[in-house]
Every structure is written in structure tokens, then in C-alpha cells.
Ligand binder design. Structure first.
Ligand SMILES: Nc1ncnc2c1ncn2[C@@H]1O[C@H](COP(=O)(O)OP(=O)(O)OP(=O)(O)O)[C@@H](O)[C@H]1O
Ligand code: SF4
Ligand SMILES: [Mg+2]
Length: 377
């Protein structure tokens, strides 16, 4: 395994970039007609996103259902083909790789799925499930294969005797450990974790997250960690990318994101994180309206139909995704004018009662102002 942590840094001490995604687009065509199919539209699942992941780093991708998180993960692994854009893995542009070259590259990138129940073949023993990638990539055979599977079981906290058991004999958390062992089998450099703990009990979630963190330290792994909300990624992420309707709207290191979120959508997501103190009743920022369809996303800024700060410009002009300082990327025309609401600052201070109760969020005031303006106009 690539356990030598020294390889994580370049000679100059900077972190090595393991994955670089540039202007990545995935439009799923919508076709009409049975014989002579013609394209009548497209689901704009991922629409021009750029980011990178350093070796040994966890980049979390967070956003509501349907915003394009899984599509992003699948594109990176080339499980689906991009409409345009490029994906560079470990210095190689893999966007156009084919055949053996792509197969070799696939070994370096693995995926862990959300649903440990559905992602394991119920008719295969755990030993066979974990050994499958070793066979596909022709890595080890016979006794060495069995030893390797036993070693992997131990690494993820299971026992060698689990090898002959079937997935239904395990709990949800144990099944996810089997999924992790399977992903680790081929010594990958990058693992796409697609909501790996969402289907698990809260108490088990922490165990799986801890396991992933331990493995990262041990083997220098990089993760693209997909989650619905910011609560789950708080412990595991180094940096966080917030997605809305196929676009990244904010991307920065975790601490900055939780302390000074600059995009109104991030602020709304942050307000939804439960406060540990049950005596504190914090008001959530409730986003107005439904999530628009990715088939026909709103013009200009895609968030304008739900954003309390939206102005005329937002309906027309798509905000650039740019560095607002210190590597804090934001896609909002007016981020400088938006104050961080109390509902959000309460979370970052860890002392929700002090901050929350005195007044409603700036966000709510803006929502009311906008509603009044809409009514008047
Ligand atoms: N194969 C496909 N063909 C057509 N549309 C698709 C396909 N796969 C995904 N989509 C659409 O692309 C959009 C993004 O889907 P994706 O699965 O990436 O979202 P997600 O953020 O992972 O959502 P969730 O949190 O529910 O898993 C959705 O509108 C989805 O319906
Ligand atoms: S660009 Fe406008 S609509 Fe979009 S998030 Fe910023 S203020 Fe809101
Ligand atoms: Mg998904």
C-alpha cells in the first residue's frame, strides 16, 4: 500500500495534486421517438465545475438531492462519459483514455456507495466480494489472494473468519466496512465515497467516518466525500465544495466555510445543522420555493429563484466562480454585501444561545424584504 506519507508532499513542501477537474460538464440527453430518436433537451446534471484534490486530502461535495454530486463522482471514475471538460488524475489526462490504459487507471480510483445493502452481491461470500477486484485486475491468486483478503478484513476491523459469511449476516456498519475493504483491495490512491454513511444509524456513522480517517492516515488516501448536508462532513473534510443545480457555488477549507460562509445557499445549509444543546431552539433558514429542474435551470444565477438577496442582475448574469481571497471560491455577484446571519454565526461560535435568540437572521429579514418587494412589484 502507498503508506509512505512523505510522498504526499512535493520537494518544495507543497501538496501533490492527485485530481484536477476543469470545466467539467455532463448533460444527459432527453430523446423523443422510438426508432428515429431525436434529442429534445438535456438534464444539465453537472454544468461547468472545476476543482482539485490534493494527495491525502478529503474534499467534501455537499448539496441537496439532484444537484449533481453522484454524477460528479461517476464522471471522475469515467463510469460515465463527460459532455466536455477534462479530468486529470495523478498528472495524466484521463478524459480520453481507452482500453488497457483506462483499466490500469481505474485500479487507482475506487468507489464506496451509499447503500451497503444494495452494493454487495447477496449470493457471494464476503471473501469473494473482496477478492473480486483482485481478480479483475489480476493482482494476486491462490493462497496470496486469501491472505490479502484476510489482511483487508483486519484493516477494516472485521475478522478473518468473516470471509465465508454472506452479506445478510452483517449489520449495516459491518457491510459498509466490507465495501471499504473491497475498495481498498487494489491499493487505490483516490476513493469516491458516495454518501457512505447516509444509510447508517448515527452511532454507526461515526465509526465508519473514523475508519475512513484512520485508513487515510495509514495509506495516504485521497477522498471525494459526497454528502447531503454539512453536518456529516464537519469532521472528515479538509475542504468543502457546495453544489447547487449542477454548479459549485462555494469552495474553501472547512474552517473558513463554517466560520464565514459567503454564499447564501451555504448559509442556508449551515443553519440546518442541529445544535447540540437541546435547550436552544434555533431557527432554520427555510429556502423559499422548490429546487428548480436541471432540465431548465433558472437564467443567470441558478439560485436566484430562492435567494433572498437576488437582484435584477442575478436573473441575467451567471456569477463567475472566483477566488474572493485566500482561495475562498464563491459564485455570487453580491457576496461582499451579504452579512453572515446570526443563525449561522451561532453554529460557528459553538454558543448558540448567546448568539441566536436576540434577533432573527439577516437572512430572514432579507427574505421578508424580498417577499414585500415581489408583492409590490
Ligand atoms: N443517467 C441519467 N440520465 C438522465 N438523468 C440523470 C442520470 N443520472 C442522473 N440524472 C439526473 O441528473 C441530476 C443529478 O443527479 P445526481 O444523481 O448526480 O444527483 P445527486 O446530487 O447525487 O442526488 P442525490 O443526493 O439524490 O443522490 C438529477 O436531476 C438526476 O435525475
Ligand atoms: S448572485 Fe444573486 S441570486 Fe445568486 S446567490 Fe448571489 S445574490 Fe443570490
Ligand atoms: Mg447521489
Amino acid at each position: 500500500m502507498n503508506s509512505d506519507m512523505k510522498t504526499l508532499n512535493n520537494v518544495d513542501g507543497s501538496r501533490k495534486v492527485i485530481l484536477r477537474v476543469e470545466k467539467l460538464v455532463k448533460h444527459f440527453p432527453i430523446t423523443k421517438g422510438i426508432v428515429m430518436q431525436s434529442q429534445v433537451g438535456a438534464v444539465k446534471a453537472v454544468d461547468d465545475i472545476s476543482f482539485h484534490i490534493n494527495q491525502g486530502e478529503t474534499l467534501a461535495v455537499v448539496g441537496e438531492s439532484g444537484c449533481g454530486k453522484s454524477t460528479t463522482g461517476r464522471l471522475i471514475l469515467r463510469l460515465i462519459e463527460p459532455t466536455s471538460g477534462s479530468i486529470e488524475f495523478d498528472g495524466v489526462d484521463i478524459t480520453t483514455l481507452k482500453g488497457n490504459e483506462m483499466r490500469a487507471m481505474r485500479r487507482e480510483m475506487q468507489i464506496i456507495f451509499q447503500d451497503p445493502y444494495a452494493s454487495l452481491n447477496p449470493r457471494m461470500t464476503v471473501g469473494d466480494i473482496i477478492a473480486e477486484p483482485l481478480e479483475v485486475h489480476n493482482i494476486v491468486r491462490g493462497k496470496a489472494k486469501r491472505e490479502r483478503v484476510e489482511e483487508l478484513l483486519k484493516v477494516v476491523g472485521l475478522s478473518p473468519w468473516h470471509l465465508v459469511r454472506y452479506p445478510h449476516e452483517f449489520s449495516g456498519g459491518q457491510r459498509q466496512r466490507i465495501g471499504v475493504a473491497r475498495a481498498l483491495a487494489v491499493n487505490p490512491k483516490l476513493i469516491v465515497c458516495d454518501e457512505p454513511v447516509s444509510a447508517l444509524d448515527v452511532s454507526i456513522q461515526a465509526q465508519v467516518v473514523n475508519l475512513l480517517q484512520d485508513l487515510q492516515t495509514q495509506f495516504g488516501l485521497s477522498y471525494l466525500f459526497i454528502a447531503h448536508d454539512l453536518a456529516v462532513v464537519k469532521h472528515i473534510a479538509d475542504r468543502v465544495a457546495v453544489m447547487y443545480l449542477g454548479k459549485i457555488v462555494e469552495l474553501v477549507d472547512k474552517k473558513t466555510l463554517y466560520e464565514t460562509p459567503r454564499h447564501p445557499y451555504t448559509q442556508a445549509l449551515l443553519s440546518a445543522i442541529p445544535v447540540p444543546d437541546p435547550a436552544v431552539k434555533r431557527e432554520r433558514i427555510i429556502l423559499q420555493g422548490d429546487v428548480p429542474s436541471p432540465i431548465n435551470p433558472p437564467s443567470g444565477c441558478r439560485f436566484h429563484t430562492r435567494c433572498p438577496y437576488a437582484q435584477e442582475r442575478c436573473k441575467i448574469e451567471d456569477p463567475a466562480f472566483e477566488d474572493t481571497g485566500g482561495g475562498h471560491y464563491v459564485a455570487c455577484h453580491f457576496w461582499q454585501d451579504i452579512e453572515v446571519p446570526e443563525a449561522v454565526s451561532a453554529i460557528r461560535s459553538g454558543n448558540a444561545s448567546d448568539h441566536y435568540l436576540p434577533r432573527l437572521a439577516a437572512y430572514r429579514r432579507a427574505t421578508e424584504k424580498k417577499a414585500a418587494a415581489d408583492k409590490a412589484g
